[in-house]
Design a protein around this ligand. Structure first.
Ligand SMILES: [Fe+2]
Length: 423
């Protein structure tokens, strides 16, 4: 069996969900020719109901604005989402930009289907993404040079395309509900990593009775999970439990573990100094105290997350009550742009006090929660060795790998000589 790209996305979301019947919406740049899919998941079956095909692509529209704002296509889209938070929703400029996008770049219908004006785009002709001079005339401003400063000047444009994306997603989700009559919704595809859009879908698409389930690995990495699940259920007839687990992704902690002896090995090789907590219990209490004093902590526990989000097993921790923590983390630790957002992890029972609306977001797919343990341009740390070397390079105050706690001030090892510069 060959599982098509969007079927793989759909299967990855539906089979890992707790639902016995659900609408499934998949939205990405393009996979084979499809760019958007609506499916019905029912029992062990996933059936395709509708699709849009290339070049009608919401993901590529978002990538096009990503390119215009000077970020890298296929990896910088999440920066555009972060930048949009700095746009002013009440400003006439944002409203005008949104109207320009809807009048000139994309014609959106009531059911969420849409047509792009291909005179503005080049991706379908094998070019880069957009006709830059035409966009510059349309928006009355130059394309931002890649990775140069001044991204904040493009925040209203980022917000405008974010708003358009949200509106298309809400309409698509409503249409999926009409087609299926289902009261649950599953989401996957790269656009389903847009947590702000997902939050609006959750509240505005009519799936009120039950929650919306987004595949944590909604991007193409999750396609591997979906293809395997599709083969199991659709090709081999594997049954689906009648009362599926509430969380078929098992917290997405499916990556490599820290093996026994890894920390001892690290201590030996680097001459590292750490405190063992065998006699004093877990280091959580001590770390909480240090966080409250403004310290920054690299936090490594158990198996690594699968998918694009750090969910607490490979994370950098800081106190969100500290108003300067975000700028400091961005500048000193992650060496990335100041507009990049962080948001707090918090106890579910405290959500009402801090979140508007209080959306449960276990996988950071309706709201961001924390920041991954890595530096700009590098993948998230996987091994104890990765974590220790990143800790030395960035100057974090503390590192915890399982139980042992390392303090920066106690270390004598030089930052690894094979490390890359931070910028
Ligand atoms: Fe995809």
């Amino acid at each position: 069996m060959w599982s098509r790209h969007h079927l793989s996305h759909a299967a990855s979301a539906y089979y890992a969900s707790p639902f016995e019947r659900a609408a499934v919406l998949t939205v990405d740049g393009v996979g084979e020719w499809a760019t958007t899919g609506i499916f019905l998941g029912e029992g062990a079956r996933v059936t395709a109901l509708a699709e849009q095909v290339f070049p009608r692509s919401l993901g590529l529209l978002y990538s096009a604005v990503t390119h215009f704002c000077g970020f890298k296509v296929d990896s910088g889209e999440y920066k555009l989402t972060g930048l949009a938070a700095y746009g002013d929703p009440g400003s006439p400029q944002t409203r005008a930009l949104r109207e320009l996008i809807l009048e000139r770049l994309v014609d959106v219908r009531e059911d969420g289907s849409f047509v792009l004006d291909m005179r503005y785009f080049t991706f379908h002709r094998g070019g880069t993404v957009i006709d830059v001079p035409r966009w510059e005339r349309l928006f009355g401003t130059a394309r931002r040079r890649a990775e140069s400063g001044g991204a904040e000047r493009y925040a209203n444009l980022a917000l405008a395309v974010q708003q358009v994306t949200e509106e298309v997603m809400v309409r698509l989700a409503r249409h999926a509900r009409e087609l299926t009559g289902a009261d649950a919704l599953c989401l996957a595809g790269g656009v389903a990593l847009n947590c702000v859009a997902n939050s609006r879908v959750l509240h505005e698409a009519g799936f009120d009775r039950v929650w919306v389930q987004v595949q944590p690995a909604a991007g193409d990495a999750g396609g591997a999970v979906g293809a395997a699940l599709a083969a199991h259920h659709l090709a081999l007839g594997g049954p689906r439990p009648t009362a599926p687990l509430p969380d078929g992704m098992k917290a997405a902690h499916l990556g490599p573990d820290i093996p026994d002896g890894a920390v001892a090995d690290l201590v030996r090789r680097y001459g590292a100094h750490c405190t063992s907590y065998d006699d004093f219990g877990k280091p959580a209490e001590e770390v909480a105290g240090e966080l409250a004093e403004g310290k920054v902590v690299g936090w490594v526990q158990g198996r690594m997350e699968f998918g694009p989000r750090a969910l607490g097993n490979r994370s950098i921790l800081a106190d969100p009550r500290n108003a300067t923590a975000k700028s400091w983390l961005n500048a000193k630790i992650k060496a990335q742009e100041d507009f990049r957002p962080f948001a707090p992890s918090l106890l579910a029972e405290e959500a009402d006090a801090y979140l508007e609306p209080p959306v449960p977001s276990r996988y950071m797919l309706a709201a961001p929660i924390n920041t991954s343990f890595n530096v700009r341009g590098e993948p998230v740390v996987a091994t104890a060795d990765d974590a220790y070397r990143c800790f030395l390079r960035t100057g974090m105050d503390l590192l915890v790998i399982g139980d042992p706690l390392f303090r920066q001030a106690d270390q004598s090892a030089e930052p690894a000589h094979d490390s890359l510069p931070l910028d």
